[in-house]
Design a protein around this ligand. Structure first.
Ligand SMILES: [Fe+2]
Length: 248
């Protein structure tokens, strides 16, 4: 090896990771026509085939529930799931499909918690998201309500909220209260911007990530994930032994 190569040698590229170690994806929008995810069952099937190709054996899909935009109920979501599962069975695809939801923290959520009309997955895990623009003032109360009612709340893609950029004490406080942290795999690509990428990397380095999710709305998101399989932080997070994806 010449001097130039020795001095400027790049870190060797990692082998593309085998995502089958993850087993389950926990965040996606695969129920046709009820949110900003897929529009048809065929589109969902194309994505499920890509999940299979990547090594996943289970997908827990999580349509938006947002009182102003996506008035999805457990009945609506489960009806869509039935249709999707029927097609998966008809095509004999080797992947299990379940559904929960991604709950937006709004005035309606308290009512849903009170009436226990919440879709969960695994051990009573409940995925929720926040406004991207402002830090809502009911966040702590809502988390407390959820935990009191026996739910295990998971903050969806915490790395994407600008008001949490480098707010490590706040994030640690949530974790101490029993809130779980989900990071989007695609945040590592920079597709949501450099700060989001940095946050995702640091959350992984701090070992604060409980679950990862594709948050895939269309095939393009899974193609980005495919391209990330040589990413060192993706390698690091999927190697985490107690990552919850592996136990769902
Ligand atoms: Fe989502």
């Amino acid at each position: 090896m010449g001097v130039f190569n020795r001095l400027f040698k790049k870190t060797p590229q990692l082998e593309p990771a085998d995502l089958s170690i993850l087993k389950t994806d926990v965040h996606s929008h695969l129920i046709a026509g009820i949110d900003d995810g897929v529009k048809t069952i065929d589109e969902a099937i194309v994505m499920l085939r890509k999940f299979i190709e990547l090594g996943y054996t289970k997908v827990i899909t999580t349509p938006h529930v947002m009182s102003d935009y996506y008035k999805n109920t457990p009945e609506i979501i489960n009806a869509g799931l039935d249709d999707l599962q029927a097609e998966v069975q008809r095509l004999n695809l080797p992947i299990a499909v379940e559904a929960a939801a991604e709950y937006y923290l709004d005035h309606n959520l308290s009512q849903l918690i009170e009436s226990k009309n919440i879709l969960t997955f695994g051990d009573n895990y409940m995925l929720f998201e926040l406004s991207f623009t402002t830090e809502q003032n009911r966040i702590k109360e809502s988390m407390f309500e959820l935990i009191t009612e026996g739910y295990k709340p998971i903050i969806a893609h915490i790395e994407r909220y600008p008001f949490y950029f480098n707010e490590w004490a706040k994030i640690e406080d949530y974790r101490n209260r029993g809130v779980l942290i989900q990071v989007n795999t695609n945040s590592l690509s920079g597709q949501y911007g450099p700060q989001v990428k940095k946050m995702a990397e640091e959350l992984i380095d701090r070992d604060w990530v409980d679950l990862i999710g594709s948050d895939s709305h269309h095939l393009g998101h899974l193609e980005v994930l495919d391209g990330l399989r040589t990413n060192p932080h993706l390698h690091k997070i999927i190697a985490k032994e107690n990552l919850l994806n592996k136990f769902l």
